[in-house]
Design a protein around this ligand. Sequence first.
Ligand SMILES: [Zn+2]
Length: 179
Amino acid sequence: MPSNTTARPSVRVNIRLTQPWFEIRRSGIQGRGAFAVRTIPKGTRIIEYTGERISHAEADKRYDDEAMGRHHTFLFIATSRTVVDARREGSEAKYINHACDPNCEAVIDRGRIFIEAVKTIRAGQELVYDYSYGRDGTETAADERRYRCRCGRRKCRGSILEPKPEASAKGHRSLRTRR
Ligand SMILES: [Zn+2]
């Protein structure tokens, strides 16, 4: 029998620490969604939104909004130069749906995107954050239809786009940045 008793971290502990916070299931909001499998404490950094890092021009080339009946949900603006496209190799963060009354938020930290809990989330609850896609003031009726929100929350503002300028505070930013 080997008698090596050197203390080493047990594999079991590591597995427990990396258990996922959520699983992917069908969602009443849209397609698939992310549902907590255990209590997620407020402030938890749940998952990084990863994928292929591409330029804004490349993102525009890949996705033609006007050709799509509904908005695409796999792009995330990381910086003024970079968009993360999660469609092919992205993390499961891409399945987290939008809602107007969110329990998560997207935080950009040195060009990386993380989804964090802004409330304590109970097992079984769907993880959601407010996409607040930026407006440039040229949105058409077709755009408004494409980005209509179906989150079903009491506080639903009816759109996945950020609130219209007259309704939003001065200096509103759709994405929080943190250094
Ligand atoms: Zn809504």
